[in-house]
Design a protein around this ligand. Structure first.
Ligand SMILES: Cc1cc2nc3c(=O)[nH]c(=O)nc-3n(C[C@H](O)[C@H](O)[C@H](O)COP(=O)(O)OP(=O)(O)OC[C@H]3O[C@@H](n4cnc5c(N)ncnc54)[C@H](O)[C@@H]3O)c2cc1C
Length: 252
């Protein structure tokens, strides 16, 4: 099956994009998830609003306390170190294990977060990092912490006439360590279970995340949470518990 006919627009800035979304347009970034949804006719928007040519959405900036990545930064840019990695390599590692290179060349960090596939990597990894979603809408701008931005299965706190503009990722101290583990049946496939862990002894901070749960990732503020109840059945529970255990082991 092919997509229904749609119009195509290439706005030059966020305000033009917001106007088009307000008129019923659908945001398009790397189209790695949108393309299949269009072809399966799960969605039939009258207009695609291509975000990839809006400079602000590709902006990258950093202050001493955080790094900000525009929503249209691709997985490949992160993998290749073409944008700053506030985690000293952890984000590069996560990016480089998303799908395969053709998907990473086009797929964006913002598209991944808004799509909110429970098995996707950035929703879990950025929840672990305590990132914040920066959102623009017709009424102005707002910010939402990722643990509240992702509200469920393919569900986020974003209205149809709003755009995710950027993600702000806090920097940790040089002593911080990060661990990530995922179980995939085949290389390049969406994972069945995700575990993530971070510790920053200088800031007395410990965080863990369990992802690919069929809904929003679960965040914990310690390194040994009881995750025995997370998962559909005994096998799934074991897989998630082991993913987390292995992520924590990587901190050593
Ligand atoms: C074969 C295959 C394997 C994959 N495997 C993995 C994997 O292992 N791990 C993983 O994490 N991901 C995986 N992905 C997903 C991929 O990495 C992309 O991140 C994901 O498809 C969405 O990013 P995108 O930029 O392509 O967004 P799009 O497909 O363009 O958009 C997705 C959704 O987000 C909306 N949207 C996009 N950007 C914005 C924005 N800035 N503001 C508001 N709304 C927006 C769109 O309207 C749409 O609803 C895989 C994809 C494919 C095709």
């Amino acid at each position: 099956m092919k997509a229904c006919a749609f119009d195509y627009a290439r706005p030059k800035d966020v305000s033009e994009a917001l106007k088009l979304l307000g008129e019923g347009g659908k945001a398009a970034a790397g189209t790695q998830s949108l393309g299949p949804m269009l072809n399966l006719r799960v969605i039939q928007p009258p207009l695609l609003v291509d975000l990839r040519f809006i400079p602000e959405l590709k902006d990258v900036s950093g202050k001493s306390e955080y790094t900000m990545l525009g929503a249209c930064v691709t997985h490949a840019q992160i993998e290749d170190g073409r944008v700053p990695d506030p985690t000293g390599g952890f984000m590069r590692e996560v990016a480089s294990n998303i799908a395969y290179r053709a998907v990473r060349n086009r797929g964006t960090i913002g598209g991944s977060l808004v799509h909110a596939d429970p098995a996707a990597d950035w929703p879990s990894a950025l929840t672990l990092l305590g990132a914040t979603a920066l959102i623009a809408g017709p009424g102005g701008r707002r910010e939402v912490g990722l643990e509240r931005f992702i509200t469920g299965l393919f569900e986020v706190d974003l209205k149809e006439n709003e755009l995710l503009v950027a993600v702000r990722i806090p920097k940790r101290s040089k002593a911080a360590r990060f661990g990530y583990w995922k179980f995939c049946r085949k290389a390049g496939e969406f994972p069945q279970a995700i575990g993530g862990a971070l510790t920053d002894p200088e800031r007395k901070e410990s965080r863990t995340v369990v992802g690919a749960l069929g809904g929003a990732p679960r965040l914990f503020l310690d390194l040994n949470p009881d995750v025995s109840s997370l998962g559909k059945d005994a096998y799934d529970k074991q897989l998630h518990a082991v993913a987390l255990k292995r992520a924590v082991e990587k901190l050593k």
